[in-house]
Write a protein that binds this ligand. Structure first.
Ligand code: DAH
Length: 367
């Protein structure tokens, strides 16, 4: 214990006394602010008031005893004030000393709380789930497949032979540096969910009733109705005696479930390599009920999806792995619909880009 543990008192002049006690007062305040536990307090008490080691004892020994008579009064006052400050710090309610590890006094309960923002389904995902649910209720199961696909599954096994012009309708984004591979093994971003038809049939014999929601990519320039990324729900039903009537009945029911029971459907001849015959499905305009409006270009009908009876050529691609896909014994239908368009119709969204913008002002409207 030595006088180096207390501030240097240059002289007993009042300005030096003031400065020395100011430093001591500040030290007391700083240490008092750190008091948390009863051990802290005991340490604090010993540090200042300890009978042998305490700073006050030191001050009284070093400063008081050798003070000239004229400085004694002022020194005594400062000393008493310091002692009081220390005693008050020891008496204070621990909770009011300073923020403790549980800062009860640091919480201003009058402040409005921070409301956690609740997440919500994206309108696209919600629509996809709605579509899937309609088919689940009809006994369909749900499948998925890879977004990076081979040429074989995306095209060849769906009866798009190499160089077939139907490939041109699907502006394909291909993975770079694949030229050394045989065409069928080259990777691309799937242009539709139809390849999962083949993948599903390879894995299981008939009967198959499956819907496949997923993301697809095409090299389309973005505008109000096109996005290079969009979503489809694919459907496949294969069993004995599946007919075009089953296809019509299934899709007519699905459209009524999705858009309301007043909706009517009609089927037009179309072409897809993997279905024969193929059809485009139109529904009566959900905005004008079929009378004709701007949304349906005054036709009363809106084209919504493609479908058809599974082309026997497609079953042949599966047969090596699942002999049960014998086109003489089984038949099936398939369909594919764009989720983005359906979401846009259901929610009155005029620009497909909004679905991919991540703009909270847009998304919050669906929360
Ligand atoms: N894959 C087609 C497309 O993206 C949509 C489609 C049409 C799927 C007819 C089908 C189908 O399963 O039978 O344009």
């Amino acid at each position: 214990m030595s006088s180096s543990q207390i501030p240097v008192l240059e002289s007993y002049e009042s300005q030096h006394l003031e400065a020395a006690f100011q430093a001591l007062n500040a030290d007391v305040a700083r240490r008092a602010a750190g008091l948390r536990t009863s051990e802290d307090r005991e340490q604090f008490r010993l540090y200042w008031l300890g009978r042998k080691q305490g700073r006050l004892k030191l001050i009284s020994d070093v400063w008081l005893k050798s003070a000239p008579a004229e400085a004694r009064k002022s020194l005594g006052q400062h000393f008493n004030q310091l002692k009081q400050q220390i005693e008050q710090a020891l008496e204070a309610d621990p909770a009011t000393l300073a923020p403790s590890t549980t800062p009860t006094d640091a919480i201003d309960i009058t402040l409005p709380g921070i409301r956690p923002t609740l997440g919500a389904e994206h309108p696209l995902i919600r629509t996809m789930h709605e579509i899937v649910r309609v088919f689940e209720h009809m006994g369909y199961s749900v499948g998925v497949g890879p977004e990076v696909e081979t040429d074989y599954y995306n095209f060849e096994a769906l009866n798009f032979p190499p160089n077939h012009p139907a490939r041109d309708t699907q502006d394909t984004l291909v993975v770079a540096n694949q030229q050394n591979k045989p065409l069928r093994d080259r990777l691309l971003l799937r242009t539709h969910t139809s390849p999962v038809q083949i993948r599903t049939m390879e894995r299981q014999p008939p009967p198959v009733r499956i819907v496949i929601p997923g993301k697809v990519h095409r090299n389309d320039a973005a505008d109000a109705t096109h996005s290079p990324i969009f979503h489809q729900v694919e459907g496949l039903c294969v069993d004995e005696n599946i007919t075009f009537s089953d296809l019509k009945g299934t899709l007519d029911h699905a459209m009524k479930e999705l858009f309301g029971s007043a909706v009517r459907t009609r089927f037009f001849p179309s072409f897809f390599p993997f279905t024969e015959p193929s059809a485009d499905v139109q529904i009566s305009c959900i905005f004008c009920g079929g009378k004709g409006c701007r949304k349906c270009k005054h036709s009363g009908w809106i084209e919504l999806l493609g479908c058809g009876m599974v082309n026997p050529a497609v079953f042949k691609f599966v047969r090596g792995k699942q002999p049960a896909y014998d086109p003489k014994k089984i038949s099936g239908f398939a369909f594919g619909m764009g989720v983005d368009r359906i979401a846009m119709m259901k929610y009155g969204i005029s620009d497909i880009g909004l679905l991919y913008s991540g703009d909270m002002r847009f998304l919050e409207q669906f929360a």
